[in-house]
Design a protein around this ligand. Structure first.
Ligand code: NAD
Length: 361
């Protein structure tokens, strides 16, 4: 590790944080738009190896500077923070260079291409006292923020199961399988909403390459949770219908999040199954005698309309200014990578359950 430059003192609350976006492809322009719309930031640079691409994104009248040279961005003392929207394989190089230059860093999901790369970034940020945040965008949607409140606030009771389906006719990626493409969303949401002390402890994955693409296009992940609950994630590039539904079952209530139903994305059901049996009864007697079904109301919580990325960039600013870890900090990005790598191992070993290390929970 090179000599540590002092972490930049957080600017006074009213002064915008100077920021640069690196990567002007599909996703970068969304960051550009949200940084430009945020009073907490002033966008100074858009950097892309393809300079003309960055120029196209900004248009002819922008005062934001364009470059294909990251060093130029990092040498600019006005830049306190760098947002990285380049392909995952480049995250380590770009983000580590920014951290070494003393900049706070926001990295697009996944945090890095491998767990080892992600750990290097997290270590670099910790050593320098800098903010490292991972853009797990879904976590900042009004629906997921509300789910987090409901689950962590105890409204659902003990989490018993989570079932997440993310399927459609998807773009078959050339470098990663469907699990690495889509499951980071579900895994980051799981990481975000689970109460403290409830964590995935093991994962098994099954996948299939039905079209001969050279990688799994359909995958099922099963995660054992530390409280005895189970989570299941189904990701699929081959489904003719699009489904984005997550069900979280608790001992008190169950919620259903249907992201394709804007009129009622969230439904909370006071319905479920109770077993009230004295411990001394045998398993058969318990089943026959004391299972009861609750069939109460369904409530559809009102959700504000707000772009997730706007909330995400404000969280980045708050983390930089306060010095507290971002809600989706480097560690959460790392936990997602740990599950993905274990899931890949499971896939390669025929679907065996792989235990997650203590550090990765
Ligand atoms: N948060 C989300 O929901 C979401 C959605 C889509 C993509 N992403 C993430 O955003 C990142 C970028 O994805 P994309 O689809 O925009 O990719 P892309 O290929 O469309 O764009 C990447 C851009 O980065 C540029 N680039 C590559 N290496 C560079 C380097 N070293 N320095 C400067 N520029 C460089 C390329 O020229 C290209 O313009 C990925 O990590 C991806 O997973 C996140």
């Amino acid at each position: 590790m090179s000599a540590l430059p002092a972490a930049p003192a957080g600017p006074p609350a009213e002064e915008p944080i100077g920021v640069a976006v690196v990567g002007a492809g599909y996703w970068g322009p969304n960051l550009v738009r949200n940084f430009q719309g945020s009073p907490s930031f002033r966008l100074h640079w858009l950097c892309d190896l393809d300079r003309s691409q960055a120029e196209r994104v900004l248009g002819g009248y922008s005062t934001v500077a364009v470059t294909d040279d990251l060093a130029e961005v990092l040498a600019d003392p006005r830049v306190g923070a760098v947002a990285v929207a380049t392909p995952a394989g480049t995250h380590l190089d770009v983000a580590a260079a920014a951290l070494r230059a003393g900049k706070h860093v926001l990295v697009e999901k996944p945090l890095a291409a491998t767990y080892a790369d992600g750990r290097e970034l997290a270590g670099e940020a910790d050593a320098r006292g800098l903010t490292l945040m991972c853009d797990h965008t879904y976590c900042y949607t009004p629906a997921v923020l509300r789910i987090r409140e409901l689950v962590r606030g105890g409204d659902l009771g003990e989490v018993q199961f989570l079932d997440s389906v993310r399927i459609n006719l998807g773009l078959v990626q050339r470098d990663i399988d469907v699990m690495w493409d889509l499951a980071p969303h579900d895994l980051s949401i799981l990481d975000f909403v689970l109460p403290d002390g409830v964590r995935p402890v093991a994962v098994a994955a099954h996948g299939a390459d039905a079209i001969g693409a050279g990688r799994s296009c359909v995958a099922y992940l099963t995660l054992r949770l530390s409280n005895g609950g189970l989570a299941h994630i189904h990701v699929n590039w081959l489904s003719p219908v699009k489904v984005r539904t997550t069900i979280i079952g608790g001992s008190k209530r169950t919620l259903v999040w249907d992201d394709l139903n804007p009129a009622q994305r969230l439904s909370v059901f006071d319905r479920g199954v109770d077993v009230a049996a004295p411990e001394e009864l045998g398993a058969d007697e318990r089943q026959q005698m004391l299972i009861s079904y609750r069939s109460g109301d369904m409530v559809a919580p009102a959700l504000p309309e707000r772009e997730a990325l706007r909330t995400m960039v404000e969280e980045f600013a708050t983390a930089i200014r306060s010095g507290r870890p971002a809600l989706t900090d480097g560690r959460s990005g790392l936990r997602v990578l740990a599950v993905l790598e274990a899931a890949s191992r499971s896939l390669a070993e025929g679907g065996v359950m792989i235990e997650l290390g203590e550090d990765d929970r």
